[in-house]
Design a protein around this ligand. Sequence first.
Ligand code: ADP
Length: 324
Amino acid sequence: MSIKRIVVLTSGGDAPGMNAALRATVRTALYHGLEVFGAENGYSGLLHNKIKPITANTVANVIQRGGTILKTGRCHAFHDPEQRQQAISTLQGHGIDALVVLGGDGSFRGASLLSDEGGFAVVGIPCTIDNDIAGTEYTIGFDTACNTALDSIDKIRDTALSLDRNFIVEVMGRSSGFIAVAVGIAGGAEIILTPEFPLSMEALVEKLQAHERRKLTSIIVAAEADTPGRSFAIAREIARLSGIDYKVCNLGHTQRGGTPSAYDRKTASVMGFQAIKALLSGHNKTMVAVQKSQITLVPFSAVGEMTRYFSDQELLEMNEVICG
Ligand code: ADP
């Protein structure tokens, strides 16, 4: 199929670097003579015909901006085949041949259905601060989110040292501990709590009591896991079992926003460029990915419903040696 008109959309959670990926996708597509349209608010833009032409100027001056100029969102109606048929008719009405979807594995499942049911070619660019999409070692936004969290940890350390206080810093990561591990190591946290390697409260308190004899202050970095705000309960339990006082700082959505890092801008640019190359060379239902530190293409079927989990236990052991 020869591709002439494409739609680009951002879907699911936002991640810093989405704009840089959008810019590279649009500019590369225009370079190859394609007509480019943008849909607003993820799949909801397809359902409500919020589809507008995008020019090179639309994406001028956005490489440094966090969030997404197309807006993003979750669209539950897109799970309904009848609603998707409506979106397919709208896309056909615009003469669209292909879509580039910036989002996570859920967004790629939606894209896959558009391909199966409407015959469009679809390529995905992985964007989430959690870095937890199966099939790729990197997702756009992770580096920026880590740097944002690290900046906060450095600030918290100043106040912790001045007042001899202990802190639990809670970072994002619903089912994966990639952010917690990266910023825990880089921020000098004594303990890193991940969903993948849970610690019993007794084991945690034992470690803290061993540290307490040697350290002025202690910082624990905890992934939010499936209970954002869980650090308050952890702090209460530590106090109950040991009498040691921990303050809690939940970084929350600050990690989602902000100026994308150099690494995220560069990776997003390369991925946007490669997404269009993939479409033009006939790929479909494919994600642009990083494997063994190289940009590559991975079929959506290899992404599936799978989340990528943190598995490198040696890194946690290393951190205990360094920070113990
Ligand atoms: P992410 O893309 O970050 O994983 P979600 O899982 O929330 O985020 O998916 C984003 C959107 O993709 C959903 O709101 C929905 O519009 C669409 N989507 C996800 N899964 C499916 C599915 N199985 N069928 C159709 N659309 C889906």
